[in-house]
Design a protein around this ligand. Structure first.
Ligand code: BYC
Length: 316
């Protein structure tokens, strides 16, 4: 973009692009606050994918068959890939993966609250696929049309893979529900623990969400937190019925007039505690990430040395 063009004109072009629901691309002029918001959301999203490898990763060695191990391994590797696509999207805005990882480890950036809950039983692998990836799909399919081009394009591939993840979780749970009473009880216990944290993934209620209004005006978000939470509940109830599990909400009921389910509210005090760092696994997740980052330092140093020696670019 030529620097001769005045800022008000650039701002008008930006607004027009957003109004047309067209994409903002890395070299386009954008307000600083837009850039910051995209970096904040995409970085949190990338961190969630990487931290999200931990609860399920812990079950790879304990999955009950070669088929289940291979499936889980592939799924967890996919999450690493998602993190990398998303860090690449922030790099188009001049913010490196290294910087963002350092911010994460220093506790200065967030990641999804859901990954601060432990995966206590093998049924949790199925529940995470069904409910956590299911919630992620509800939230992420609309993000394929987000206004920042590199983020939206990353989301297209991520959503395809998330659909597979959701199905593997559902298939695992269905297999367990067709098994013994003990297996059915494991599934129900797991769903009881994950239901409310899954609803929290969509963020605080709209009237307590400081970012939604501006993010929607800029087309970064295309739906509010409550709209997507409702969509998730409506999508999940028939799946729970087909599985034969009970969702742990006494207020969950079909509302004929609204053509949607009424449902109870998660414990929002618990949500904010988890977001602020006091969840059951926050310290463990960050310590594990820091260890992996520190232990990988030699790989990054070797890559830089190799690149310098060969006068090539460092691989991303
Ligand atoms: N957890 O104004 P709000 C996956 C923060 S990974 C933690 O509504 P916004 C997977 C929020 O950041 C999928 N923090 O915010 C991986 C804000 O704080 P700051 C992860 C949360 O951004 C491995 C404050 O609360 N998906 O699928 O407009 C295995 C106020 O909130 C949360 C994404 O990242 C939360 N749940 O809306 C399996 C999706 N909610 O930054 C599966 C992309 C809110 O102002 N992100 N906060 O200090 C989004 O769509 C939006 O960022 C959110 C929040 C809907 C999450």
């Amino acid at each position: 973009m030529s620097s001769a063009v005045a800022e008000p004109e650039l701002a008008a072009q930006f607004e027009a692009t957003v109004r047309r629901k067209d994409r903002i691309e890395p070299r386009d002029w954008m307000p600083d606050a837009y850039r910051k918001t995209v970096v904040r959301q995409v970085a949190q999203h990338a961190h969630s994918e990487i931290i999200g490898m931990q609860p399920e990763g812990a079950w790879i060695g304990r999955a009950p068959s070669l088929r289940r191990k291979a499936t889980l391994l592939a799924k967890v590797q996919d999450e690493a890939g998602h993190g990398l696509y998303l860090y690449s999207a922030t790099e188009t805005l001049g913010v490196s993966r290294q910087h963002l990882t350092e911010m994460l480890i220093a506790g200065k950036q967030k990641y999804s609250s859901i990954f601060n809950y432990p995966a206590l039983s093998y049924a949790d692998v199925g529940t995470i696929g069904w409910l956590v990836d299911g919630a992620a799909i509800c939230n992420q399919v609309p993000l394929c049309r987000t206004s920042y081009g590199p983020y939206g394009r990353a989301m297209i591939r991520i959503c395809k893979e998330e659909s597979f993840h959701q199905r593997q979780g559902y298939e695992l749970l269905m297999t367990m529900m067709r098994g013994t009473d003990e297996q059915r009880a494991m599934v129900q216990e797991s769903v009881d623990r994950f239901w409310w944290p899954a609803l929290m993934m969509f963020g605080p209620p709209d009237d307590a969400s400081p970012n939604t209004e501006q993010s929607m005006a800029w087309g970064i978000k295309t739906h509010t937190n409550d709209e997507l939470r409702q969509r998730f509940v409506d999508m999940t109830v028939p799946q729970a019925e087909a599985l034969g599990v009970t969702l742990p909400d006494p207020d969950l009921v079909w509302n004929e007039e609204r053509g949607a389910h009424d449902f109870g509210q998660p414990d929002w005090d618990e949500f904010w505690d988890v977001v602020k760092g006091s969840g059951p696994c926050n310290a463990q997740r960050i310590a594990h990430r820091k260890r992996a980052w520190d232990e990988g330092a030699w790989v990054r140093e070797a890559a830089v040395a190799f690149a310098n020696a060969n006068d090539e670019e460092v691989p991303a």
